[in-house]
Design a protein around this ligand. Structure first.
Ligand SMILES: [Zn+2]
Length: 80
């Protein structure tokens, strides 16, 4: 019940870019696992992961952001 929410930008140790985590140990781009602290909200770094940045922008970093859904929006939502 008291599970801590971890929604925001985090910096995996070996990553040179910030990745977005949505209450999950795996980043939005699915490339990184990370369980450390994250920067809440719409914090922006000059070194954000492009895929995570796009997702965060689309969802405006809301506290109840849903997980990405395939086909959502209909535009270039494909992540390689
Ligand atoms: Zn990422």
């Amino acid at each position: 019940m008291a599970s801590e929410q971890r929604i925001g930008w985090g910096w995996p140790v070996l990553s040179r870019k910030a990745h977005f985590f949505n209450n999950d140990a795996v980043s939005i781009c699915r490339r990184w696992m990370y369980t450390g602290p994250v920067d809440r909200g719409d914090f922006k770094s000059i070194d954000d992961c492009a895929a995570c940045r796009r997702w965060a922008d689309r969802h405006a970093a809301t506290s109840a952001a849903p997980m990405p859904e395939a086909g959502q929006g209909g535009d270039d939502a494909q992540e390689s």
